[in-house]
Design a binder for this molecule. Structure first.
Ligand SMILES: [Zn+2]
Ligand SMILES: [Zn+2]
Length: 246
């Protein structure tokens, strides 16, 4: 198990904060730090450039890099080389979609398969992201640390036992992590904990969301909103993980 402090500090910080999913909080902080990293000195590091040239960024992370409003020259340089590689790959994929037979005549057979193959090749390039790759690697370590600390540190165990649960995506990640890292007894114990924490907190939040709907009834006009006030965005994030909402 990995116990380095570079992983335990963000895990403990996230559990110290209040909210619907500690892993979402870790992921948000990590993504913010990575935006800083990719717009910083890493821009000039050859191994980083090899990765960003080949993979580029997904929609979410390209937007995060642009919207930071910092070092747009660096971002432009980085995307320029990535765009050249992407354009070359796209041109190759498109050229293969229209193969020429003997004498330069277009072959009609298999053209649909060729188009689908070219579409697949182009989509495969679009779906890669140098930042997502790092996020996934680090999040896997965080899950590992959560599980390790749960069974090693009493204080952390209490924190997880009494937390507000996790979003559905991270509940699944914790289950996968438990299956991978824990022994049978621990896995069974953790599954029970997760079932209780998830069940209790979905019930709580569903109650708060219902409270939100009741606030719209004019008879409840003067009642205090309490926890129901922001139950809708919290439920969206519980179901769909950390979504950016206005
Ligand atoms: Zn989450
Ligand atoms: Zn990404």
């Amino acid at each position: 198990m990995i116990r380095e402090r570079i992983y335990t500090i963000p895990v403990n910080d996230a559990f110290a904060e209040d909210g619907e999913c500690a892993l979402c909080r870790m992921k948000r902080k990590l993504s913010d730090d990575l935006v800083t990293y990719f717009l910083g000195a890493s821009l000039m590091e050859p191994d980083v450039r090899v990765s960003t040239n080949a993979k580029g960024f997904c929609r979410e992370h390209a937007a995060a890099l642009y919207n930071r409003r910092e070092n747009r020259l660096g971002l432009a340089l980085l995307l320029h080389t990535h765009a050249l590689e992407s354009a070359t790959a796209a041109k190759e994929a498109l050229a293969k979609a229209v193969p020429r037979g003997k004498g330069g005549f277009l072959k009609r057979t298999g053209i649909r398969e060729n188009l689908l193959e070219a579409a697949g090749r182009i989509e495969a390039r679009v779906s890669t992201c140098a930042m997502c790759e790092r996020v996934e690697e680090t999040m896997a370590r965080y899950v590992d640390v959560v599980l390790w600390q749960y069974f090693e540190e009493k204080e952390f165990r209490t924190k997880l036992d009494t937390c507000k649960g996790f979003c559905l995506t991270h509940t699944a990640d914790l289950l996968r992590g438990a299956a991978k890292h824990l022994d049978d007894g621990q896995a069974e114990y953790f599954a029970k904990v997760l079932a209780r924490v998830t069940g209790d907190n979905f019930d709580r939040l569903a109650g708060e969301l219902e409270g939100f709907t009741l606030l719209h009834d004019h008879r409840n006009r003067d009642k205090p909103a309490g926890a129901s006030k922001d139950a809708l965005p919290r439920m969206i994030r519980k179901l769909e993980s950390d979504v950016d909402l206005d």
